[in-house]
Design a protein around this ligand. Structure first.
Ligand SMILES: [Zn+2]
Length: 169
C-alpha cells in the first residue's frame, strides 16, 4: 500500500519514489537492502510499475483492466523464478534473475491475486484524497481510506447538495 501511496496525490502526499532516501523506505518491504540507496534506474522502473498497478486498480471493470495486466506481465518479464520444494508440504517461488525489488513487488501482487484479495485494494472516494487503502469490510464496500477525514467531508457535501436541490430546504 505504501508503494501505491508513494505516487503524488492529494494535497499532502508528494512523490516519494524520486528521492533515494524516501524511496528506500518504501521499497524495503520488497527487498531493497537497508544499507543501500535504490538506483535512479530502479526508481524509474518501479514508478512505471506503480503506474501500471494504478491503471489496473482504477479500471472500472475487468475488460478495462486487461491491457494493464498485459503491461504488468511485460514489466515483470525480466524476473526469473524457480520453484522451491525444500520445505515439506510447501512450494515457494524464489527469484533467481532480474531486479530483486521488481520481483518482490510482482510476487506480492501475484500473492494478492491468487488468494483473491487483490480486489480489496481500492482508492479513496474522496477525489481530493485519492489515497490507496485495503478494504477490510466483509461486504467490500468501504469507500474512504479513513472515514473521519474523508467520509465526513463527503457526507457533508452530499447533505449540502441534497439541501440545495430541495426547494425551501
Ligand atoms: Zn481518503
Amino acid at each position: 500500500m505504501d508503494l501505491l501511496n508513494s505516487r503524488p496525490h492529494g494535497p499532502a502526499c508528494p512523490e516519494t519514489l524520486q528521492d533515494p532516501e524516501t524511496a528506500s523506505a518504501v521499497l524495503r518491504p520488497f527487498g531493497q537492502p537497508a544499507a543501500e540507496r535504490p538506483s535512479p534506474q530502479r526508481m524509474a522502473k518501479i514508478r512505471g510499475l506503480r503506474t501500471t498497478l494504478m491503471d489496473i486498480i482504477t479500471a472500472p471493470d475487468s475488460a478495462a483492466a486487461a491491457p494493464g495486466w498485459a503491461r504488468l506481465a511485460e514489466r515483470a518479464s525480466p524476473v526469473t523464478l524457480r520453484q522451491d520444494f525444500s520445505e515439506p508440504g510447501k512450494v515457494r517461488l524464489r527469484q533467481v534473475g532480474g531486479d530483486p525489488v521488481l520481483g518482490g513487488i510482482t510476487l506480492a501482487v501475484a500473492e494478492l491475486v491468487s488468494d483473491g484479495t487483490w480486489p480489496r485494494i481500492r482508492i479513496c472516494a474522496n477525489e481530493r484524497c485519492d489515497h490507496a487503502f485495503y478494504d477490510t469490510t466483509r461486504s467490500r464496500t468501504q469507500r474512504w481510506h479513513a472515514y473521519d477525514t474523508c467520509g465526513n467531508k463527503s457526507n457533508v457535501a452530499a447533505y449540502r447538495a441534497r439541501k440545495k436541490a430541495r426547494p425551501g430546504g
